[in-house]
Design a protein around this ligand. Structure first.
Ligand code: FES
Ligand SMILES: [Fe+2]
Length: 363
């Protein structure tokens, strides 16, 4: 735990943000591309990530692979082909590729043809697995020795999990800001089951820097939500934001654990996937899966709708006024991202520019 003292609130300038910086997701980072079990050795899957089209799958030993979804011959989508015998076959002229991206066979070549296909290859991207999801980094620059944000992991053995995925027609930054924006909750997420009280109350929370983000901690105070009450007792809630776009909410009540994770994934320009995963270690909660799925989808849809309207407004004029303490976490997001870009450009470790700080807002 960081023990630097709480600093008095320094006034930060209202930010009029550079529209180009607004739209670029952090290039060298891991992004969630889907539930682990949605990839199998039987099927190839087309995956969109930060403007890149990928073909993904698993080999016979269950290891993931991710290749650019483009046959070098005539540009055919390899995801429309098939995977067998350890390789991918392009459906256009049958070229074969290994999961390392190397061309293994051009079946239409005559034995008398001297052409050498061993130099032909498709770009391969690294894949990791964590918290029951596959993660891909499509950055093509240097990767060794670069300090990239750690993958979200779970920290306990889940007895059950519910996942909801939703595509938002909004930029990655605008969507990610909704993960750190306390001001919208009372207006957007005002469902009875989430926020039974309709009055705005003063909130005071302490924020601390973490390796690539910040956490908000509350000790036994968050009893207002019925979701928290499900666990019984007075839960301890910690919410971490971590670059590039993860909100990791961890709830503990005695030995009971609940984790509510949300990941933002850039698909293309103004298209972002929101993935919300709820995990628990209490087997009895498995009975609530169908209800949890409906409520989580409702919650995510509430974000989706306002974000899409806001994106239309930003398309007409791409500036924001970040105002008051409730908007400081949004400003921190941009500061963290700028620092990550600077650290990567200078080839040094990330230095978190944030300080431990108390914030007040009404919610
Ligand atoms: S386009 Fe793939 S083999 Fe021709
Ligand atoms: Fe939200």
């Amino acid at each position: 735990m960081l023990s630097n003292p709480i600093r008095p609130l320094a006034p930060e300038p209202e930010a009029a943000l550079d529209p180009d910086a607004m739209r670029q997701p952090l290039a060298n980072a891991w992004y969630c591309v889907g539930r682990s079990e949605s990839f199998s050795p039987k099927n190839l899957r087309a995956v969109e990530l930060d403007g890149e089209q990928l073909v993904m799958g698993r080999d016979a030993s269950g290891d993931f692979f991710a290749l650019r979804d483009r046959c070098p011959h005539r540009g055919m989508a390899l995801s429309k082909g098939r995977y067998d015998d350890g390789g991918l076959t392009c459906p256009f002229h049958g070229w074969r590729f290994g999961t390392d991206g190397r061309c293994r066979d051009v079946p239409t070549l005559s034995a008398s043809d001297a052409a050498d296909f061993s130099k032909i290859a498709i770009q391969r991207f690294p894949v990791r697995e964590s918290a029951g999801f596959a993660w891909v980094n499509v950055h093509l620059g240097p990767q060794d020795g670069v300090d990239v944000p750690a993958l979200p992991d779970l920290g306990f053995k889940a007895a059950g999990r519910v996942v909801v995925e939703l595509v938002v027609e909004a930029s990655f930054d605008l969507t990610t800001l909704s993960l750190v924006d306390p001001g919208h909750v009372a207006f957007v997420h005002d469902s009875w089951w989430f926020r039974p009280s309709k009055t705005l109350c003063e909130k005071v929370k302490t924020f601390s820097p973490t390796p690539h983000g910040f956490t908000m901690t509350s000790h036994g105070t968050a009893t207002s939500s019925p979701v928290y009450r499900l666990l019984g007792g007075a839960p301890e809630v910690e919410i971490e934001f971590r670059l590039p776009g993860s909100r990791l909410e961890r709830i503990e009540a005695g030995a009971k654990r609940l984790a509510n994770y949300t990941f933002a994934t850039p698909l293309g320009r103004n298209r972002t996937m929101l993935t919300n995963a709820l995990y628990w270690n209490v087997p009895a909660l498995n009975l609530l899966k169908p209800v949890a799925r409906v409520l989580m989808r409702q919650f995510l849809t509430q974000d989706q709708q306002v974000l899409q309207y806001a994106q239309a407004g930003l398309d007409r004029k791409p500036t924001m006024v970040l105002f008051g303490q409730g908007d400081l976490p949004s400003q921190w997001y941009f500061r963290l991202k700028r620092e990550a870009l600077a650290a990567q450009a200078e080839g040094r470790d990330f230095r978190n520019p944030l300080l431990r700080q108390e914030l007040r807002w009404r919610s």
